[in-house]
Design a protein around this ligand. Structure first.
Ligand SMILES: Nc1ncnc2c1ncn2[C@@H]1O[C@H](COP(=O)(O)OP(=O)(O)O)[C@@H](O)[C@H]1O
Ligand SMILES: [Mg+2]
Length: 269
């Protein structure tokens, strides 16, 4: 092979291979809003089937990291790969549709449609993305409500539900399409300890049932230690540390250790 074939830039990059390579790769990602640089040189690899918690101070860029993956935001430089496809080559909503079909996002705040029943809320993404007979929609809605521990509440309206129940219906809606990847953004924020435990259990059981890959943004250490196989700590415009919960607890990096121990003095301001 001549040297010339090796100077063509992106063309010769190895394409990730199913089963071997990471499912998701962030490579040298930069993202700024005006003069505010959120990421500079972000590197992250997410393995197929793993549950990875993303932690870090408020405002550091955790939600941005998730949004970049599904094209709700575009990065300024670097690459993001999803299952061998280069997300950073996509610029239009329709190009993202195949990815968004495979990746569910559980947003901060359940944001159910108040005027619709629980049934119509959970059925919504199924109607939007697939053409299914009503009997199958009905089965899928019932299955997902059972999975989140709320069987038989199809006829209720969101206003009749508690905050914790709304979160779980929101989760049922997010997973109605049987996603391969679930992105959770602060799934337990604002919940009491019992409901936090419930959501933790749900994250675990969903990753078992769907055999999915989970990216969980949270500042709730109870959630981190209940669900994470690995933890990525976002700080200083990048993933500053990544490892198993044990490795992160015993990290030599005092900022990582301080954050995990919940010591705010680690951050100065
Ligand atoms: N669409 C946007 N336009 C301008 N600034 C944004 C936008 N989204 C996020 N930011 C800024 O980027 C930084 C990181 O935000 P975010 O990812 O939401 O932080 P967090 O780690 O708390 O989830 C914040 O300072 C936020 O103000
Ligand atoms: Mg956020």
């Amino acid at each position: 092979m001549s040297d010339q074939t090796q100077v063509t830039g992106v063309a010769e990059r190895p394409v990730p291979q199913p089963g071997r390579d990471p499912l998701i790769v962030y490579r040298g990602v930069r993202k700024a809003f005006g003069r505010q640089v959120v990421y500079d040189g972000l590197e992250l690899e997410v393995k197929r089937g793993e549950s990875l918690c993303i932690i870090g101070p408020s405002g550091v860029g955790k939600s941005v990291l998730l949004k970049l993956l599904i094209g709700l935001l575009e990065c300024d430089d670097g690459e993001i790969w999803f299952d061998g496809q280069r997300v950073t080559d996509m610029h239009h909503d329709e190009q993202f549709l195949p990815i968004r079909r495979r990746v569910a996002m559980v947003f901060q705040g359940a944001a159910l449609f108040d005027s619709l029943t629980v049934y119509e809320n959970v059925a919504y993404p199924l109607r939007e993305q697939f053409r299914l007979p009503e009997s199958e929609i009905k089965d899928r809605v019932a299955q997902k409500l059972a999975w989140v521990g709320l069987p038989g509440i199809e006829h209720k309206k969101p206003s009749e539900l508690s905050g914790g129940m709304k979160k779980r219906v929101g989760l049922a809606r997010s997973i109605a399409t049987d996603p391969e990847v679930i992105l959770y953004d602060e799934p337990t924020t604002g919940l009491d300890p019992v409901n936090i435990q419930r959501i933790n259990q749900l994250i675990l059981s969903l990753s078992e049932r769907l055999k999915c890959t989970s990216l969980i943004v949270t500042h709730e250490m109870a959630t981190v230690f209940a669900v994470a196989q690995r933890i990525a700590f976002v700080y200083d415009k990048k993933v500053a540390a990544i490892g198993t919960p044990d490795a992160m607890k015993n990290s030599y990096n005092p900022v990582v250790r301080g954050f995990i121990a919940g010591d705010p003095s680690t951050f100065g301001d």
